[in-house]
Design a protein around this ligand. Structure first.
Ligand SMILES: N[C@@H](CCC(=O)N[C@@H](CS)C(=O)NCC(=O)O)C(=O)O
Length: 233
């Protein structure tokens, strides 16, 4: 039995943060796909507070929340591919942007979950978020390839989900949020991230993601319409 297990779902960007960190470190693990419509006793016992994936189980001990899991992985396997800078100031700046990703990125998923006026609001909010990131986070890169320099680090993993997932979400929601002329630093970085060693071979395919999120969006919008109709009756 593997000492490291990962409970996840294949289209989840949060699962991929963990998968990519494990692959970058070269850690063997057993992946256990979860059905979120019928949560397993193992998931419910392992993450009783949020009942969400991803959960990493190491030596029988469960850890939840993707960015907390990445910090655990980095501390438990420090020898290969460090995921945070050694310098205290750089490390703190990295933590600042990780916290920002945890607090803010979720609003971008509203672009995909909504339509009409609500979607327009979500697009405006996401563009404002991207403006902040373009100037203050991706602006930090200067001549560096990644936040980790020549190698992908924890900040890259925190935001890396945005490029591939955003592209899929934009396609199935019928809106464009990431204009390459407006966000050249983000777009250049996202392209390098998708093509980076290890990342390239372990991200899900664009078509699979688009197909999945198209179906998911239809379901979410149908459920929202049914709820609105029930309320007006
Ligand atoms: N902040 C969490 C978010 C995880 C999350 O939202 N997971 C979703 C799947 S993408 C989930 O398990 N949802 C199940 C539910 O909400 O019941 C993290 O970074 O790990």
């Amino acid at each position: 039995m593997a000492d490291v297990k990962l409970l996840g779902t294949w289209p989840s960007p949060f699962s991929y943060r963990v998968i990519l960190a494990l692959k970058l470190k070269g850690i063997d693990y057993e992946y256990i796909e979860q059905d979120l419509s019928n949560k397993s006793p193992l998931l419910l016992q392992s993450n009783p507070v949020h009942k969400k994936i991803p959960v990493l189980i190491h030596g029988g001990n469960p850890i939840s929340e993707s960015m907390t899991i990445l910090q655990y992985i980095d501390e438990s396997w420090p020898e290969t591919h460090p995921l945070l800078p050694a310098d205290p100031h750089e490390r703190t700046v990295a933590r600042f942007w990780i916290k920002f990703a945890e607090e803010k990125l979720n609003s971008a998923s509203m672009v995909f979950r909504t339509s009409g006026e609500e979607q327009g609001k979500a697009v405006r909010e996401t563009v404002e978020l991207m403006e902040i990131l373009e100037e203050h986070a991706f602006g930090l890169l200067k001549e560096k390839e990644f936040f980790g320099g020549e190698k992908v680090n924890m900040v890259d993993l925190a935001y890396g989900v945005m490029g591939r997932w955003f592209d899929a979400i934009e396609e199935c929601s019928g809106v464009r949020v990431i204009d390459p002329l407006k966000f050249p630093l983000f777009c250049g970085w996202a392209e390098r991230f998708n093509e980076a060693p290890v990342i390239r071979d372990n991200l899900p395919g664009r078509k699979e993601l688009v197909d999945f999120y198209k179906r998911r969006r239809e379901m979410l919008l149908a459920a929202a319409a049914a709820a609105a109709a029930a309320k007006s009756n």
